[in-house]
Design a protein around this ligand. Structure first.
Ligand code: ADP
Ligand code: UVW
Ligand code: MG
Length: 406
């Protein structure tokens, strides 16, 4: 087994806590791109948790499954990861730890070194990302306790979108609320930034043009990019907006929420539970938040959930294509985007009016280019790598920190 050895402080650890998974990686700093040493994840948190860790060659170096989802939350998952890494690489010494933090608010538009003040500012953004921010900040706190001398870097999902035009960021609410930070932020920015860095090597001409990237995971959103920069996205003030997701409802008439408060007596916490945890694919299907389960089911409501998922994506692509003034390429990424050929097929079919034509065999095989030769709008599958993006940022922030330290 090519077990990674423990070199002297040149390793960067990365923690990416999603809504249903905890991904972690170790990278070795090098003259060029950070080099992966170990990658792992615990996914299915809350349903059927599974842990897997792999060496760079793909060899499984750790594996575990749990019977009861309810018993394993994000904290327990994190402890499991730390114990696993310490067991595999005793005495491992880290140069820094990079973290995905979903919400950076108006205050954070690029990755930063974590300080107690910044941690408090990020904590204050929890109401803007209740499903994520607590899970994102827990590993930072734990690492500050266990490894107080290791610098930590927070990398934000919102940062990639901070340059969106003011009009794109606005809700048509009284302007004072906009100034108070009640605006559209957009999320999955680390994933989109990675896609923007990767696409030029796949098709430089289209990457320089008008692209919509579809990050379809447990959370799902679309990002319109022009020349690799975010122009608009489907998520807003919070990560509950936009598309149908695993357990989130996406865009909803706010009148529905007022009605539920008045007529069904739901309070803010009950509404939060409803729109973040009980809706989306799970709520509609009554079966599961997991696309694999829905695709494998022939119950009418599982089919309906997939229909609605696709319908919302196709309609929002229309909106973002309008923002871009046309479309040169569509990119699928994240769990569903990378693996669910049926979803991709149906989305591309819904984009025929934009000039997208599928290569059915390429789509089934999941190759990089899945559009037919001559398709006016190209379609690609590009596996995302939020962890590598975090490692790149962390390395850069650590270098700047070193240069500025006496
Ligand atoms: N082979 C597959 N076919 C269809 N869907 C898949 C497949 N593998 C993963 N998925 C879906 O991807 C989603 C999770 O995506 P992921 O990006 O890993 O989520 P997270 O937001 O937790 O990081 C789940 O809905 C899962 O069902
Ligand atoms: C922002 C967001 O929705 O993240 P995830 O897809 O990890 O839930
Ligand atoms: Mg994710």
């Amino acid at each position: 087994m090519d077990t990674p050895d423990a070199p002297e402080g040149d390793l960067i650890a990365v923690a990416n806590a999603g809504s249903s998974s905890l991904k972690f990686s170790l990278y070795r700093r090098g003259p060029g791109e950070p080099e992966p040493v170990l990658r792992g994840l615990i996914d299915g948190l809350g349903e059927t948790p599974r842990f897997t860790a792999r060496s760079p060659s793909g060899e499984v170096v750790g594996e575990q499954a749990w019977d009861t989802g309810a018993a394993l939350g994000h904290d327990a998952a994190l402890h499991h990861v730390i114990e696993f890494v310490q067991g595999l690489m005793p005495g491992v010494s880290l140069a820094g730890i990079g973290h995905r933090v979903v919400h950076g608010g108006t205050g954070f538009s690029e990755p930063v070194l974590v300080t107690p003040e910044r941690l408090a500012a990020l904590q204050a953004l929890t109401p803007l990302a209740p499903l994520h921010q607590p899970n994102n900040l827990a590993p930072i706190r734990l690492a500050r306790e266990v490894l107080p001398d290791v610098p930590q870097v927070a990398c934000f999902d919102t940062a990639f979108h901070r340059d969106n035009d003011e009009v794109t960021q606005m809700f048509a609410l009284p302007f004072e609320l906009h100034e108070a930070g009640i605006r559209r932020y957009g999320f999955h920015g680390l994933s989109y930034e990675y896609i923007a860095s990767r696409l030029p090597r796949i098709d430089a001409e289209r990457a320089a043009g008008r692209v919509i990237a579809a990050h379809l995971g447990n959370g799902a959103s679309l990002c319109a990019m022009s020349g690799g920069r975010s122009v608009a996205s489907t998520m807003g003030f919070t990560a509950v907006d936009g598309l149908v997701m695993g357990t989130r409802c996406g865009t909803i008439d706010p009148g529905v929420l007022l009605y539920l408060m008045d007529e069904r007596g739901l309070d803010a916490r009950a509404i939060e539970r409803l729109i973040y945890r009980e809706s989306g694919l799970l709520g509609v299907s009554g079966l599961s938040a997991d696309m694999r389960v829905l695709l494998g089911s022939d119950t009418p409501r599982a089919r309906l959930a997939i229909d609605l998922f696709v319908n919302r994506i196709v309609r929002e692509i229309g909106s973002l294509a309008a923002a871009l003034g046309g479309l040169d390429a569509l990119v699928f990424t994240a769990g569903i985007g990378e693996h669910a050929a049926e979803v991709r097929r149906r989305v591309v079919a819904g984009c025929a009016w934009l000039g997208a034509t599928l290569d059915e065999a390429a789509n089934r095989a999941g190759t990089t280019r899945i559009s037919a030769p001559g398709s006016r709008c190209a379609a690609f599958v590009v596996p995302t790598d939020e962890e590598l993006m975090i490692a790149r940022h962390t390395e850069r922030v650590l270098d700047t920190f070193r240069e500025n330290s006496p």
